[in-house]
Design a protein around this ligand. Structure first.
Ligand code: PA5
Length: 446
């Protein structure tokens, strides 16, 4: 396998090799505690062995469901929030043609709902779907999250009034807990095709379960290659935690060494707009896993060169608390050259005959050096190309590194207690039954 690589050459003027390698023994212990399932959040370590536990029968089942959806509808509305949609969206957006939403084709396209509470968004979505053939994949591990529940109620009504109650049942798939939650009860009652989110896999680690795999397969992508990439990365990291070999160990140690030097904001950088939602997935993974007990590296992101014209100034000259983690893609999938122009009024003939990707590569190199000179350390993660296999590797790599990092910080990387605070207030404000005391208190504040 060609493995993704982590290079720390461009952080060494900020942290020494010793400052990084001092994390080695700690990482060895954390790795063992993940294997033995003894660390914090030990009930949510299913993602660790997941790639090699996915059976042929399971993949075939997901592929067949995907084929059936693809043969029936032009759109699949994925309803979910946080870990229940970001993994699928990250992979689908990375792999799809950037303009497929505007192309006439027989491909089934993925739409998203339940990831916000905007009346305008939902109203526009329903209007768009009025004359479209569509199916729904509703995803909620807990089965009780408000945003997807509201969206599902609306879309279910819409679909039922369009195609009839019985036909709608065959166009709805539910992905939820194996026994708990309102969605499970509804799915059983209505006899929807259902997939389970394994008990020991939390939302943000669930992209390699049906939560991610089904929408990705419906979008027409190769889930076997995705799983294979993750499986290879797992096998590669499993028996060797040394930073020379295990990229997740090297990345986790490096970012924690940088944190100890005051670099407490990490920006995940790409030079391909295809990776924009991969960054969103990564932000959630690291934000929810590390940001607790007043600890954690703040995960941010930027899409270059686009954001060099918005965030570039701050990164270059603002407060020196940012380090960058660059996902560098070695080759583009397409080939297009800068054309020669007789008049050369724009002065671009010096680039004539050069690949656009070559120009992009020089922008990447130039940016890294400029930021380095400005005091911004840069960890570089190189992948060969943006495809299913490489994304599978990256996903597993980031998950494993996130677990190591969370443990190094001393937090439980698999819970998200802080997410409840806004829900509690929202329920109190909405006067949800059972929240009467909180309602009385919260309304005193207005
Ligand atoms: O990572 C997580 O656990 C969360 O982001 C959840 O995925 C998110 O809150 C949605 O939860 P649920 O799938 O229970 O609706």
């Amino acid at each position: 396998m060609k493995t993704m690589k982590v290079s720390i050459d461009n952080i060494q003027s900020f942290v020494s090799k010793d400052e990084i390698s001092k994390f080695q023994s700690e990482i060895n212990q954390h790795h063992q505690s993940i294997i033995d399932r003894t660390g914090q959040g030990k009930d949510f370590l299913g993602w660790f062995t997941l790639p090699s536990e996915i059976t042929e029968a399971h993949l075939t089942d997901i592929e067949q469901t995907a084929l059936s959806i693809r043969s029936k509808v032009n759109y699949l509305v994925v309803i979910g929030i946080g870990g229940s949609y970001l993994g699928a969206k990250a992979v689908v957006e990375a792999l799809k043609n950037s303009f497929s939403d505007f192309q006439q084709s027989n491909e089934t396209k993925i739409l998203y709902a339940g990831q916000n509470l905007s009346e305008d968004y939902l109203s526009e979505l329903l209007t768009f779907l009025d004359d479209k053939k569509y199916a729904i994949c509703v995803i909620s591990k807990s089965g009780t999250t408000t945003e997807p529940a509201v969206a599902f109620r609306l879309l279910k009504n819409h679909l039922e009034s369009k195609v009839g109650k019985e036909a709608a049942k065959k166009l709805i798939i539910a992905i939820t807990d194996k026994e708990r939650g309102a969605l499970k009860i509804l799915a059983e009652q209505e006899n929807y095709k259902t997939y389970e989110v394994p008990d020991d896999v939390g939302g943000r680690y669930s992209v390699l379960t049906p939560v991610g795999l089904l929408p990705i397969a419906v979008a027409g992508f190769d889930i076997r290659a995705l799983v294979q990439g993750a499986r290879d990365m797992k096998d590669y990291c499993l028996n060797d935690t040394s930073m020379d070999r295990n990229p997740a160990a090297l990345y986790a140690a490096s970012r924690n060494a940088l944190l100890q030097k005051g670099f407490d904001i990490e920006m995940l950088i790409n030079f391909s707009p295809k990776l924009m939602y991969f960054t969103e997935w990564w932000k959630q993974l690291y934000g929810e896993s590390e940001g607790k007990e007043q600890k954690g590296i703040f995960p941010a992101g930027a899409n270059f060169t686009t954001d060099l014209h918005s965030m570039g100034q701050y990164i270059q000259e603002g407060r020196r608390v940012i380090f960058e983690t660059l996902i560098s893609v070695e080759k583009a999938q397409s080939s297009i050259l800068v054309p020669e122009d007789e008049q050369n009024l724009d002065g671009l003939n010096y680039l004539a005959g050069k690949h656009i990707e070559y120009v992009n590569e020089m922008a990447e190199k130039g940016t890294t050096l400029a930021h380095l000179d400005g005091g911004v350390p840069n960890i570089k993660i190189s992948i060969e190309q943006i495809d299913e296999y490489n994304l599978g590797q990256l996903i597993y790599f980031f998950e494993l590194a996130c677990a190591y990092s969370g443990y190094i910080l001393g937090v439980n990387p698999f819970d998200q207690p802080g997410v409840e605070a806004y829900k509690k207030n929202m329920f109190a404000l909405l006067r949800k039954p059972g929240h009467e005391a909180d309602s009385a208190e919260i309304y005193k504040r207005f």
